[in-house]
Design a protein around this ligand. Structure first.
Ligand SMILES: Nc1ncnc2c1ncn2[C@@H]1O[C@H](COP(=O)(O)OP(=O)(O)O)[C@@H](O)[C@H]1O
Ligand SMILES: [Mg+2]
Length: 416
C-alpha cells in the first residue's frame, strides 16, 4: 500500500494532468487566430453598448469552437469591466440543459434571478428572465453550445423566443451565439429563426496533423515533466486524431491516456507504444458506447456485414440486405424494408462504425461497398451480451472472427 501511495504522490511523468482535460482553456489557441479575430470583431461592439450580431458557429467536434468562444468572451468581459462597460455572457450547454424550460431557468440562474424550483410554466420563466435582464442597461451574450443535442421542438422554442427577445427589451440588449457540430442543424431551422440568429456565420475547419502537433506540444509543456514525452508519441497522437476528422479533443485524450499508461507501467517517457495502447483503449470504449445503444435492427445489419466480411467478399448494399433478411428469419424476427436498411447503413456510416464507398459499375449504376471500420472482436464482445443474438453469434463465432478480418482491422500503425 505504502508503495502505491508514494508512487501516486511522486508522479514520474505528469506535473499537471488537468491541463489535458477537455474543459481546460489554455492561454494560447494555436491555429485559431483567424477565428479568434473574427469573433473578437463581432463581439467588440458590445463595448460600445451595441448588440453584437447574432452568430452561428459550426464545425466538427474538437475543432475548438467551445474553447475559442469561451476564450474570446472571457477577454471581452474582462475588458468591459476595466472600462466600466459591463458585458455579461452566459454559457449554456444544451446537452445538459436540454429543454427550453431548463435553458431559460439557467439563464435566470446565471444572471442572478431567484426562481422558484417548481410550478412555473416555460412561458412564465421566460417572461421573468427577460424582465430581469431588462432591469439594467447592459449587453448580454448568450452562448448556446451543442445545439444539435436539443430535440427539435425544444430548439425551435428556445431559438424562436431568443431570436425575438430584443423586440421586448427596452434597456438591455441580447446577442446570441449558437454552436453546433452539425451543419445541417442550421439548414433545418425555421426560416425566420435562421435569418435572425444567423446574422453572421463562422465555420471551424478540422485541424490537420501538423496543427494538432502544435496544439499537443503546447499542452504537453504544461502537463508533463520536461523530456518525458517523446516526439514520436506527439506525432502519432496527432496523426491518429487527424485521421479522424482532425479532432483536438481526441488528440488530447490520446496523449492523456498514453501518459497514464506510461505512468502505470513506470516508464520514463511517453512512447509510441503507449499511444497505440491508449488508442485501443479509447476506441474500444467508443465502440462499446456506440454499439450498445444501437437499435436492434441496426445491430442485425452490423452482424450481417460482419458475417459477409468474414467470408472475404466485397459487400454491396443489395447483397447485405439479402443476408440481413436471412439472419432476421433465423432469429425469428420480421425484417425491415430495404429502404430502411439503406437508411440504417447511412446512420452507421455517420457514426463511423462502417464506411460506404460509392463505386460506379458502369451501366449497372452506382453502388456502395461496405466495410466495418471498428474492431470486429469488440463488436462480437458486445453481440455476445445481447440475449437475442447471443446464440446465433456463438454458433457462428469461429467463422465470424477470422484472422484475415482481424488483420484487416489491425493495420493501424502509422508511418512517420
Ligand atoms: N487551437 C487550439 N489550441 C489548443 N487547444 C485546443 C485548440 N482547439 C481545441 N483545443 C482543445 O481541444 C479540446 C476540444 O476543443 P473544443 O473547443 O471543446 O472543441 P469543439 O467545441 O469544437 O468540439 C479542448 O480541450 C480544447 O481546449
Ligand atoms: Mg464544444
Amino acid at each position: 500500500m505504502d508503495k502505491i501511495f508514494s508512487r501516486a504522490l511522486a508522479p514520474k511523468i505528469f506535473v499537471n494532468r488537468e491541463v489535458l482535460r477537455p474543459d481546460y482553456i489554455p492561454e494560447q489557441l494555436p491555429h485559431r487566430e483567424e477565428q479568434i479575430k473574427s469573433l473578437g470583431m463581432i463581439v467588440s461592439v458590445a463595448l460600445q453598448g451595441e448588440r453584437p450580431s447574432n452568430l452561428f458557429i459550426y464545425g466538427l467536434t474538437g475543432t475548438g469552437k467551445t474553447a475559442v468562444v469561451k476564450y474570446v468572451l472571457k477577454r471581452l468581459s474582462d475588458k468591459s469591466l476595466e472600462f466600466n462597460r459591463p458585458v455579461k455572457w452566459f454559457y449554456i450547454n444544451t446537452r445538459i440543459d436540454n429543454t427550453s424550460y431548463r435553458v431559460f431557468t439557467r439563464i435566470g440562474e446565471l444572471s442572478g434571478l431567484k426562481l422558484p424550483f417548481t410550478g412555473l410554466s416555460t412561458a412564465e420563466v421566460y417572461k421573468r428572465v427577460r424582465d430581469f435582464l431588462d432591469s439594467e442597461k447592459r449587453i448580454y451574450i448568450v452562448v448556446l453550445d451543442e445545439l444539435d443535442f436539443l430535440a427539435r421542438n425544444e430548439s425551435d422554442e428556445v431559438l424562436y423566443k431568443l431570436a425575438r427577445i430584443n423586440e421586448d427589451l427596452t434597456k438591455a440588449k441580447v446577442g446570441i451565439i449558437g454552436i453546433t457540430n452539425n451543419i445541417r442543424f442550421v439548414e433545418n431551422l425555421d426560416a425566420r429563426v435562421r435569418s435572425s440568429l444567423g446574422e453572421e456565420e463562422m465555420v471551424f475547419p478540422p485541424y490537420n496533423a501538423i496543427q494538432l502537433e502544435d496544439i499537443l506540444r503546447e499542452r504537453a509543456k504544461l502537463a508533463f515533466k520536461e523530456n518525458s514525452v517523446s516526439e514520436e508519441a506527439i506525432k502519432i497522437c496527432a496523426a491518429l486524431a487527424a485521421r479522424e476528422h482532425g479532432d483536438a479533443r481526441r488528440a488530447l485524450d490520446l496523449l492523456r491516456i498514453a501518459g497514464e499508461i506510461a505512468e502505470r507501467e513506470q516508464a520514463e517517457k511517453v512512447l509510441e507504444e503507449h499511444v497505440y495502447k491508449a488508442y485501443d483503449e479509447l476506441e474500444k470504449e467508443r465502440v462499446i458506447q456506440l454499439v450498445s445503444t444501437l437499435p436492434f435492427h441496426s445491430r442485425i445489419v452490423l452482424l450481417s456485414l460482419l458475417k459477409m466480411e468474414s467470408e472475404g467478399v466485397n459487400v454491396t448494399t443489395g447483397e447485405l440486405y439479402m443476408v440481413y433478411r436471412e439472419i432476421s428469419q433465423k432469429l425469428g424476427i420480421d425484417p425491415v424494408t430495404q429502404r430502411r436498411v439503406s437508411d440504417i447503413i447511412s446512420e452507421l456510416e455517420a457514426l463511423g462504425i462502417l464506411s460506404a464507398r460509392v463505386v460506379n459499375r458502369g451501366r449497372y449504376g452506382k453502388t456502395r461497398i461496405l466495410k466495418i471500420t471498428v474492431n470486429p472482436s469488440t463488436l462480437i464482445e458486445i453481440f455476445i451480451q445481447d440475449p437475442l443474438i447471443r446464440d446465433y453469434v456463438e454458433r457462428e463465432l469461429e467463422n465470424l472472427l477470422t484472422t484475415e478480418l482481424q488483420d484487416s482491422y489491425n493495420t493501424q500503425t502509422i508511418d512517420l
